[in-house]
Write a protein that binds this ligand. Structure first.
Ligand code: ADP
Ligand code: MG
Length: 303
């Protein structure tokens, strides 16, 4: 099993879109894929689950919010399998093509509150390393994913909120890799180096506390994926090229494959429970790019 967190400090850069499409494409190709929605906006959840169904069957008892509640009650890992969901529409399409499956742990709009409770439980918003719960809370997701119910998943994608609070930190601690979607513009690339520093601080702090008590972690930055790229006949718009070159200047890898800007395709994506890559009649260029991105992703996690 490979766990990948999808993160950027900025919202609206395509984190959820990239997560949903890579996940669905890999499942379509026959992989067992798990998506975990850690963002209180719950866009990933609503890409696969109808809001009425969420409200009726999930909201009160079967989302990551209640799981984080369990974790706080226990002061550490809690079983996650009862929060697993197999969204019907996308899996029908997948099932016609392969043995793959796409499962989801749905999010909740109140998840922001869990973050506050977490911080309080650790003795304030600065995650004091001295807190006796530092290790068990940080390890909560990693431990939950180590349970037998999860051994069949080949790829786990964690859609993170645009911050680095406790919920996000559990995702990073559980991850082998980090994928950073970004738009090729100044403000979107600005936070990337900062994000890398935050990840490396967390890794150092965590490993110091974990020494002799739990495995060390070393999540690696898989790369930056540029999304919403505007093209002319000769490639990406000239004004964007500086920013597309930015990862090299800060020595962070980037995916060769970029995803073009296409409001027509992405505006309606999710509305019918299918991401763009599996939508019938979607723009073929966009679908090709999403498929290529999934291939590059696979090659990077299985070198
Ligand atoms: N390549 C793209 N072209 C046009 N619109 C896109 C593209 N990728 C995503 N979008 C749209 O941009 C918005 C933000 O994308 P989203 O994936 O939700 O970002 P994030 O998860 O980083 O907040 C959504 O409305 C989405 O449909
Ligand atoms: Mg999102």
């Amino acid at each position: 099993m490979t766990v990948v967190s999808v993160i950027n400090y900025k919202g609206g850069v395509g984190k959820t879109t990239v997560t949903a499409n890579i996940g669905a494409e890999l499942a379509y190709r026959g992989h067992r894929v798990l998506l975990i929605d850690l963002d209180p906006q719950a866009s990933l959840t609503f890409s696969f689950v109808e809001p009425t169904m969420w409200e009726r069957e999930l909201a009160d008892e079967r989302t990551i919010l209640q799981w984080f509640g369990d974790v706080l009650d226990r002061g550490g890992a809690a079983p996650l399998d009862r929060y697993l969901l197999t969204p019907p529409t996308v899996n029908e399409v997948i099932g016609q093509h392969s043995e793959g499956r796409l499962d989801l742990v749905p999010s909740h709009l109140m998840l922001t509150d869990a973050d506050l409770d977490f911080a309080a439980s650790l003795g304030g918003s600065r995650f004091q390393h001295g807190s006796p719960r530092f290790l068990s809370l940080h390890r909560a997701l990693a431990e939950a994913l180590a349970a037998p119910a999860f051994t069949d998943y080949q790829v786990v994608l964690v859609d993170c909120p645009p911050n680095f609070t406790m919920v996000t930190r559990t995702g990073v601690v559980a991850s082998d890799h980090i994928l950073i979607p970004a738009r090729p513009d100044y403000l979107s690339t600005l936070g990337i180096d900062y994000l890398r520093k935050k990840v490396s601080e967390l890794v150092t702090d965590y490993n110091r506390v974990a020494a002799g008590r739990a495995d060390q972690i070393s999540p690696e930055i898989l790369g930056i994926v540029f999304t919403m790229v505007q093209y002319t006949g000769h490639g990406p718009l000239l004004a964007l090229r500086n920013f597309i070159g930015h990862p090299a200047t800060i020595e962070i890898p980037r995916f060769q494959q970029m995803i073009r800007d296409n409001k027509t395709v992405f505006a309606s994506a999710g509305e019918h429970g299918l991401p763009a890559v599996l939508m019938p009649d979607a723009n073929v260029n966009v679908q090709y790019e999403l498929q290529q991105l999934a291939s590059e992703f696979l090659a990077k996690i299985r070198p």
